[in-house]
Design a protein around this ligand. Sequence first.
Ligand SMILES: C[S@@+](CC[C@H](N)C(=O)[O-])C[C@H]1O[C@@H](n2cnc3c(N)ncnc32)[C@H](O)[C@@H]1O
Length: 208
Amino acid sequence: MSNTDTPLPQSDKSVRHLRITQPSPWVSRWAHLIETSGTVLDLAAGGGRHGRLFLDRGHTVTFVDRTAEPLADLRGHERAEVIEADLEDGSPWPLAERRFDAVVVVNYLHRELFERIIASLKPGGVLIYETFARGNEDFTRPRNPDHLLKSGELLQIVHGQLQVVAYEHGLVQGADITGVKQRLCAINDLSASIREDGEPPAHEISRV
Ligand SMILES: C[S@@+](CC[C@H](N)C(=O)[O-])C[C@H]1O[C@@H](n2cnc3c(N)ncnc32)[C@H](O)[C@@H]1O
């Protein structure tokens, strides 16, 4: 699904994507966990504000969206790849078996993709996910419950597959959009333990 409950004309969609240009603080906060020079997938990228953050940090970034027009300026960038693909129309997954050092998904939810998203992480790869959750209908779109995460849903999805480094659920104000969000940062290293008790490696969660 898109987080657009009412379909907009193509040109209006592009304008909406471009309206928000600053990366989500949640994505910025966890960017340091991604391997230096690692590859990043910005899924349902919109205007690419998160992929652009990672380009600035020196990463190689693959942007995927059904509308590539807001990413047109990136064509020719030596570390940017733009793939125009509909992720929900039943077409083959556009990334085949490719794996990334990070996958970033913000303000987009199509539950059928979660298996693909997790399988797209390299060992040690980082998933940064943030989108709207139930309760958001009191503030802004999306309001369709199908397009809103349930309490704890991201935790349930990655349970047993990824190590959760951070999770939040609640009202977010003063960021890109005021609304109820669920946010997750998780790492594909549950099986990477070198400890007797099988615990996965610890990651830096605070520089204070
Ligand atoms: C609310 S925007 C979020 C954009 C970006 N992640 C951000 O945070 O700025 C949702 C994005 O999902 C894309 N999208 C919606 N449905 C899609 C589909 N079926 N296949 C691919 N992209 C889709 C839209 O084109 C739009 O760019």
